[in-house]
Ligand binder design. Structure first.
Ligand SMILES: C[S@@+](CC[C@H](N)C(=O)[O-])C[C@H]1O[C@@H](n2cnc3c(N)ncnc32)[C@H](O)[C@@H]1O
Length: 255
């Protein structure tokens, strides 16, 4: 991949997220208003998935924080969060919600692949569909490792690999039980409808990258939403998601 192409995803995704941010303001407002933490497109409660550790007193960074509701939940649980996001519009919503809720923490505008903060500044790095999906893993995973202190925890939550393999180019049509993409070579995925670039890896590549970046993998949670769960996203329905993992959460600890 030439150097220009390897960097253009940051500019393309910023332009796209500045447009898509309008659709994320109200969901962000509802998430800020919730005391309960939940995950992903099905809003599976953390009490079911148990991804969050006790964060009281921890320095945390949310990589691709969007409207920053995950960091708001961490703040309410006693953490000292920092959020970074690539979209000025998403951060504008996050700042408005900080004011509405009287919860303040630093929000940085920038690329989560190159965070302008010192090494070993955080105990927890977290991403729910932020860097986890929109940044190049060969850049943001080593960057998360750099930012974490020894024994620091990385939690990231993104599309399930099997879902990605079943996706066609049209995100408005729910996936079926058919493979449409090769597994080998998974990395950069371009979407022509909204001009965005996502990143996915196969399981072996994730494990090798995490280990090479100084992490031990502690868990891979393949998310099965409860019966009756709903989502506002059209690309998957509950009958599919009850049979195959539409989402996955990785938990890794820095050595
Ligand atoms: C789906 S939101 C994730 C935030 C929140 N958890 C949510 O689900 O709404 C994706 C966010 O990733 C951000 N993002 C995309 N590329 C990024 C990059 N290179 N660095 C930091 N943030 C990025 C986007 O601006 C967007 O706010």
């Amino acid at each position: 991949m030439d150097d220009a192409r390897s960097h253009d995803h940051v500019a393309l995704n910023r332009a796209a997220w500045d447009i898509m941010s309008a659709e994320y303001a109200e969901p962000g407002r509802r998430a800020w208003a919730s005391d309960e933490a939940w995950w992903g497109i099905w809003h599976v409660p953390d009490s079911d998935l148990q991804l969050l550790p006790d964060v009281k007193g921890l320095d945390t960074i949310e990589l691709g924080c969007g409207t920053a509701y995950v960091s708001a939940w961490l703040a309410r649980r006693g953490a000292r969060p920092v959020g970074i996001d690539n979209s000025p519009k998403q951060l504008a919503t996050a700042r408005e919600l900080q004011r509405e809720h009287g919860i303040a923490f630093p929000l940085l505008l920038g690329n989560a692949e190159t965070v302008p903060l010192p090494d070993a500044s955080f105990d927890l790095a977290i991403s729910e569909y932020g860097a986890a999906l929109w940044c190049d893993p060969y850049k943001w995973i080593p960057e998360a490792s750099r930012l974490l202190r020894p024994s620091g925890l990385l939690i990231f939550y993104t599309n399930g690999t099997i879902l990605t393999l079943c996706e066609k180019d049209d995100e408005d049509v729910p996936v079926q039980a058919e493979l449409h993409r090769p597994y080998f070579g998974l990395h950069r995925t371009e979407w022509s409808d909204n001009n965005t670039v996502e990143f996915h890896l196969g399981y072996g590549d994730w494990i090798r990258l995490l280990r090479a970046s100084g992490f031990d993998v502690e868990n891979l949670v393949e998310v099965r939403p409860p019966l009756g769960a709903t989502t506002r996203y059209p690309y998957v329905d509950i009958s599919w998601a009850r049979r195959w993992p539409s989402e996955e959460a990785w938990i890794a600890r820095k050595r």
